[in-house]
Design a binder for this molecule. Structure first.
Ligand code: KG4
Length: 336
């Protein structure tokens, strides 16, 4: 089965062609990051306009790279939630037009379910059930993946996503947007105990998380140092920050895995590219005996292939949209 997959939930326009859920035939992506970097974060209206400019050309490119024609497409999958509403609407409307024009079904896909599915592409042996740590710019949650389309949240952030926290820390340090990768690079060789940063706990919800205090702590630390004319140890700060995020994510993921007892842990989303988090999870899994599935860096961030992969499993489960399909800015993962 050949699926044309469309992703436009944030600042990447992506169109992919995926065969039988697990084989990428093409994965065309146009990032708008440079445009938003001027403002230090995503400007929703600009994102929508850039998606409109890019999406038709990317679809042509994806078909050409895959070596398929329009007539080979069996279904169109599209991210319909969660994300920036104007950005999502561009993808949803493009997908509806494509499905209508081609006379094939349209499959709505939850963005975070797509991130999880990136692991199926990378690891042919991976099948549910497993526990997945989903960490991106807009979402941070630990998910019980009972089946390909049967999921529940075990713990989640109560405020900011981990990626948002990386981006704001990088912005105050003036090292670029999106900030996760530059923070990761800066942290290499830094002393992770150089600065004392908070690790929040949510009372009576041991698997839930909070990152807003950490974000504020870094912003205050930098502003105070600047006001006093003190020089900061930047690699030390980035390493201490990465350690604080990892210390929040990794023990909760391991606890969730212990409770579920599947013996399998996957990681998903842009922040899954973080070297400290990957190394800490590898070490924790060596100790616990859980098998760890890490996506390659190319499949951590937003892409169309992951939507095509999850779209395949949604299709098998009977999920269908119609011409009334709408985008939703927020939608729980368990509802798909
Ligand atoms: O999954 P993604 O591309 O978009 C969303 O669905 O949100 O994730 C983007 C996020 C950004 O916040 C970016 O700073 C972060 O992933 N990120 C990283 C790294 N690479 C990207 N965060 C930490 N370390 C990295 N190496």
């Amino acid at each position: 089965m050949i699926i044309l997959a469309v992703e436009s939930s944030c600042d990447e326009t992506a169109v992919a062609v995926v065969k039988d859920g697990r084989t990428i035939l093409s994965d065309a992506i146009a990032s708008q990051a440079d445009m938003h970097a001027i403002y230090g974060g995503v400007v929703p209206e600009i994102a929508s306009r850039k998606h409109i400019e890019a999406i038709s050309g990317l679809a042509e490119q994806a078909l050409e790279q895959a070596g398929v024609t329009r007539g080979d497409i069996d279904a169109v999958a599209v991210t319909y939630a969660p994300g920036l509403i104007g950005a999502l609407l561009v993808g949803v409307n493009f997908a509806k037009a494509a499905a209508f024009g081609l006379g094939v079904p349209i499959i709505p896909v939850h963005h975070v379910r797509g991130h999880i599915a990136a692991n199926y592409i990378a690891h042919p042996d991976l099948e549910p059930p497993f526990v997945c740590l989903c960490v991106s710019g807009g979402n941070t949650m630990i998910v019980d993946v009972r089946g390909y389309t049967d999921m529940d949240i075990l713990g989640a952030t109560r405020d900011d996503a981990a990626g948002e926290c990386f981006d704001k820390a990088a912005r105050v340090l003036g090292i670029g947007y999106p900030g996760g990768a530059p923070m990761d690079r800066l942290a290499q060789g830094g002393d992770d105990r150089r600065y004392e940063l908070p690790r929040a706990h949510v009372a009576d919800a041991p698997l839930d998380m909070s990152f807003s205090g950490l974000k504020t702590a870094v912003v205050n630390l930098v502003h105070n140092a600047r006001q006093k004319g003190e020089e900061l140890d930047l690699p030390g700060l980035a390493a201490s920050f990465g350690a604080a995020v990892s210390d929040t994510l990794v023990p909760r993921t391991m606890e969730a895995a212990k409770r579920c007892g599947y013996g399998k842990i996957a990681v998903a989303g842009g922040v899954a590219a973080n070297s400290r988090i990957r190394a800490d999870l590898e070490q924790a899994c060596r100790q616990s005996g859980d098998k760890l599935y890490l996506p390659p860096l190319s499949l951590c961030g937003d892409n169309g292939a992951m939507i095509g992969c999850q779209g395949y499993y949604e299709y098998l489960a009977g999920t269908r949209g119609d011409m009334a399909l709408n985008a939703c800015a927020t939608r729980e993962i368990r509802l798909g």
